[in-house]
Design a protein around this ligand. Structure first.
Ligand SMILES: NC(=O)c1ccc[n+]([C@@H]2O[C@H](COP(=O)([O-])OP(=O)(O)OC[C@H]3O[C@@H](n4cnc5c(N)ncnc54)[C@H](O)[C@@H]3O)[C@@H](O)[C@H]2O)c1
Ligand SMILES: O=CCCC(=O)O
Length: 497
């Protein structure tokens, strides 16, 4: 039990605020065991939700497995209609859904509204893709055979998501899975389960059949629950967004049943500014990219590489602009940037900062803790001339630390950028198309963004290479990850006439 005040959020539709799991179209309270959800900005407890034991998760798997038998046979048009309803409902409830995100995650309300629009866009996109799942006809060597392929839903999908985008990380998986005829079991992060539950309420209104959309909850039981999902032969796919370490655990556990997997894992994005870049544009985009979610975004720039001829000017101007951020409670209309998720996030920022400064980095913007606002508030830090041996060149900070490194040549900077086990996103700024093209091709990442720091969009294939994971979400490719390709041969046909 927490001694903190327990205050529920005030919403236009109070039904969106749920403190139960959602299984087979029912709100499930479960046993007396609960865990608390706190507003990271104030520390106030905003919800108490059930800590579900393995037995309940096994029941939920059975439910999703049974539901799959009928859901897979619903028509693509029906599924498209439910997905479209979901898109409309999310936008109709934009303010409430964004308030829930801000309260459980701490991001500013403006950012939270942006996340809801982004999250909803996956339902719209896959409402349009659902009726457009194509196979191929193939001419085999045997002239009396005919061959064609069909894409079929893989089956029950376990969806495990992080706290940094409590809505969008769920929708870009669930929308594609539901579009193709899979049923889903969603396990949100225990710090941010309320957005998932609000979506379950809307999924019911949107018309999704019972058992097709389920949300299960756990905090302390998470490793056991994850193992149950990974090892169950009834779950055919695990789709996970989170840290590389947890991804490796899930992959090992899933090997017992040889599950289909797609993993969106950690990043270490380089943001490269060449000497011929439009500096003003690069500065604006660096701010948007580095400080999205206060640095807690997998595709945030983790390391800025700025050409030695412009690094000092760039660092000074960036510090002036970032110094104008208004940090506060996410629901305060003046706030531009909220708080971080917890004290571990701050400790990592400080560890990376001290390491870099100890190795010779120059402090351009001091930043630091903001105890008057609360223990999870932190003003951004900017460092320049960071040496390549600093930990931050290799490890993802996932917080408001902006380290700027210097470089001289294209070959040198591509070498630095690729010298990491991660490979999610990279950014390149230059006015020269040869530079953009050559560097984009040489970067070992799943996504490269040129002259813009914000590229996420439901229409693009989102995903990484190396230890940032595999599989693609969003776009026309995202749906394939939830299907299996079946080859059908019709043999012994009469000779052609
Ligand atoms: N590539 C992407 O698209 C993307 C997007 C968002 C976040 N991320 C990455 O996620 C990380 C930050 O998120 P995090 O710290 O919450 O990650 P995390 O791996 O700790 O947690 C992610 C999810 O996994 C669950 N989990 C933790 N241990 C588990 C276990 N043993 N079995 C089953 N589930 C388990 C958590 O409860 C949560 O729901 C960063 O590395 C970030 O880059 C990647
Ligand atoms: O944090 C990771 C996902 C962010 C995005 O989709 O742009």
């Amino acid at each position: 039990m927490s001694l903190n005040k327990y205050s529920k959020p005030t919403l236009n539709d109070p039904n969106l605020f749920r403190e139960s799991a959602y299984i087979n179209g029912e709100w499930v309270k479960g046993t007396d065991e609960v865990f608390e959800v706190a507003d990271p900005a104030s520390g106030e407890i905003i919800a108490r939700v059930p800590e579900q034991p393995v037995s309940v998760v096994e029941e939920a798997i059975d439910v999703a497995y049974a539901a799959f038998k009928t859901y897979k046979n619903t028509s693509p048009r029906e599924r498209s209609k439910w997905l479209r309803n979901m898109y409309n409902l999310m936008l109709e409830n934009l303010d409430d859904l964004a308030t829930i995100i801000t309260l459980e995650n701490g991001k500013a309300l403006g950012e939270a509204k942006g996340e809801i629009k982004y999250a909803a866009s996956y339902f719209e996109w896959y409402a349009e893709e659902a009726p457009r799942l194509y196979g191929a006809t193939i001419q085999p060597l045997n002239p009396n055979n005919r061959v064609f392929t069909v894409r079929q839903p893989v089956g029950v999908c376990g969806i495990i998501c992080p706290w940094n985008f409590p809505s969008a990380m769920i929708t870009r998986k669930a929308a594609a899975a539901l579009a193709v005829g899979c049923t889903v079991l969603i396990k949100p992060d225990s710090q941010t389960p309320l957005s998932a539950l609000a979506m379950a309420y809307l999924a019911e209104k949107a018309g999704f059949p019972k058992g097709s959309f389920n949300v299960i909850l756990s905090h302390a039981n998470t490793p056991k629950l994850g193992k149950t999902l990974c090892e169950s032969p009834k779950v055919k796919k695990i789709t996970f967004t989170g840290s590389t370490n947890v991804g490796k655990i899930l992959m090992k556990q899933s090997s017992l049943t040889l599950k289909k997997l797609s993993f969106e894992l950690g990043g270490n994005a380089p943001f490269i500014v060449f000497e011929d870049a439009d500096l003003d544009q690069a500065l604006e985009q660096a701010m948007a990219c580095k400080f999205r979610g206060l640095g807690q975004t997998c595709v945030c720039a983790n390391r800025l590489y700025v050409h030695s001829s412009v690094i000092d000017k760039f660092a000074k101007l960036l510090a002036e602009r970032v110094g104008k951020f208004v940090i506060g409670h996410g629901l305060d209309p003046n706030t531009t940037h909220g708080c971080v998720i917890n004290s571990d996030a701050i400790e990592k920022v400080e560890r990376h900062k001290q390491d870099a400064v100890g190795k010779g980095a120059k402090v351009v913007l001091e930043g630091g803790r903001l105890p008057n606002l609360g223990p999870n508030f932190y003003a951004p830090v900017i460092l320049s001339h960071v040496p390549s041996i600093a930990i931050v060149s290799k490890e993802e900070t996932f917080g408001p630390l902006c380290p700027i490194f210097s470089f001289d040549t294209m070959e040198e900077v591509v070498g630095y950028a690729n010298d990491t086990e991660f490979g999610l996103a990279a950014y390149v700024f230059s006015k020269n198309v040869d530079t953009l093209y050559t560097v984009s091709e040489a970067l070992e990442t799943g996504m490269v963004s040129c002259n813009t720091g914000v590229f996420s969009d439901c229409s693009i294939p989102f995903g990484g290479v190396k230890e940032s994971g595999f599989g693609r979400e969003g776009s026309l490719y995202g749906i394939e990850d939830y299907t299996v390709l079946k080859t059908i041969t019709i043999g012994n046909l009469p000779n052609s006439i």
